[in-house]
Design a protein around this ligand. Structure first.
Ligand SMILES: NC(=O)C1=CN([C@@H]2O[C@H](COP(=O)(O)OP(=O)(O)OC[C@H]3O[C@@H](n4cnc5c(N)ncnc54)[C@H](OP(=O)(O)O)[C@@H]3O)[C@@H](O)[C@H]2O)C=CC1
Ligand SMILES: O=C[C@H](O)[C@@H](O)[C@@H](O)[C@H](O)C(=O)O
Length: 318
């Protein structure tokens, strides 16, 4: 039986759009083949995932599109509308004239008419020839006004039901809110028991911006993450006492904070395990212990994009 994942209604989106609180991340490290990605996504639909997180950067839009087409053919879902699909504007296209072509390309890759959510991937612009990690002279601040106008145009044209951002600080959001006609529905950021972003979460709550957590498991075994969540003594202790896994403790803690999350697993048992967090809860004491864990961030902007004064805010608790 597929697990039914709770949903949260978003602000400033079309058709009372709601987001399933757990989605499947599709960015793998090391990268896996499109065939394996497609097969994992079909398994995920079978166990109950309806929310998928992709990005032009990941190279997973095409296999996700193929998996959706196959799921429809197999009758695993009756209609595309049952799914919530996020993609992201990569920073080399963060220029007003490149945004509509970029979302149209994502839609072609996905074989879809619309996205549920389109996010600005990072609050920065890369020159078109930039590689990762970029050279210093290829990284620029975002011209948020013209970029956001083009994001609003994406929504007004019906290419996406909602628009939002990723990796934005309170300061980035304040600047955006001061010029937005359509406020962002989502801010997707690194968030987990060891990088709790309390101030950012409070700010977003006050402004009606829904927060989605990425790397909810500390990006275990990826090139940008480590074992600090899945092998954290305190989380292991709580997990053992409750007969759960450390991954489930982390995801449940996030759920209890009122955020949604995108967790990546391409393994059938683990992707199912990650959905099994809705019929039990943490005690106040367990929650308090988690809220006192020392803070460390996994994905450091300084190592991903270099040392730029205007970006370094992203690497501190804010
Ligand atoms: N907006 C942004 O800038 C970013 C967005 N993201 C998005 O967030 C998604 C998830 O974050 P990500 O950084 O991938 O990391 P996660 O925290 O989701 O960790 C993924 C890793 O944990 C393993 N794993 C998953 N479930 C379990 C489990 N129950 N027990 C043990 N190991 C497990 C996975 O391996 P296995 O597959 O073998 O189970 C994989 O190695 C990404 O895929 C992407 O979609 C990520 C980074 C940045
Ligand atoms: O160098 C930059 C990194 O690739 C970074 O951009 C990614 O980790 C990305 O944010 C993601 O969504 O996975």
């Amino acid at each position: 039986m597929a697990i039914v994942v709770p949903r949260v209604t978003l602000n400033n989106c079309d058709d009372d759009l709601s987001i399933p609180v757990i989605g499947l991340g599709t960015s793998s490290s090391p990268r896996v083949s499109p065939e394996a990605t497609k097969a994992a996504i079909i398994e995920a639909i079978k166990v109950g995932y309806r929310h998928f997180d992709t990005a032009s950067l990941y190279g997973t839009e095409q296999p996700l599109g193929e998996a959706i087409a196959e799921a429809l053919r197999l009758g695993l879902i009756n209609s595309r509308d049952e799914l919530y699909i996020t993609s992201k504007l990569w920073s080399t296209s963060a220029d007003k004239d490149l945004i509509i072509p970029a979302i149209k390309k994502s839609l072609r890759n996905l074989q879809l008419d619309y996205l549920d959510m389109y996010l600005i991937h990072w609050p920065l612009k890369l020159s078109e020839e930039a590689k990762l990690p970029p050279q210093k002279e290829h990284v620029f601040p975002l011209d948020i006004k013209s970029v956001w106008e083009a994001m609003e145009e994406c929504k007004n044209l019906g290419l996406t039901k909602g628009i939002g951002v990723s990796n934005f600080t309170c300061k980035n959001l304040e600047e955006l809110l001061s010029i937005a006609k359509i406020p962002p529905a989502i801010n997707q950021v690194e968030l987990n028991p060891l990088w709790r972003q309390k101030k950012l979460r409070e700010f977003c709550k006050e402004k009606g911006i829904h927060v989605t957590a990425y790397s909810p498991l500390g990006a275990f075994k990826t090139s940008w993450g480590d074992n600090r969540i899945l092998e954290c003594d305190i989380l292991e202790e709580i997990a053992k006492a409750k007969g759960k896994t450390t991954a489930q403790i982390s995801l449940r803690w996030l759920y209890e904070q009122g955020v949604s999350m995108v967790a990546k697993s391409f393994n059938k048992e683990r992707m199912k395990q990650n959905l099994e967090i809705f019929d039990w809860s943490l005690t106040q004491e367990e929650s308090n212990k988690i809220s006192q864990l020392p803070q460390t961030k996994g994905l450091k902007v300084a190592s991903a994009f270099g040392q730029h004064d205007w970006l370094l805010d992203l690497d501190v608790e804010n």
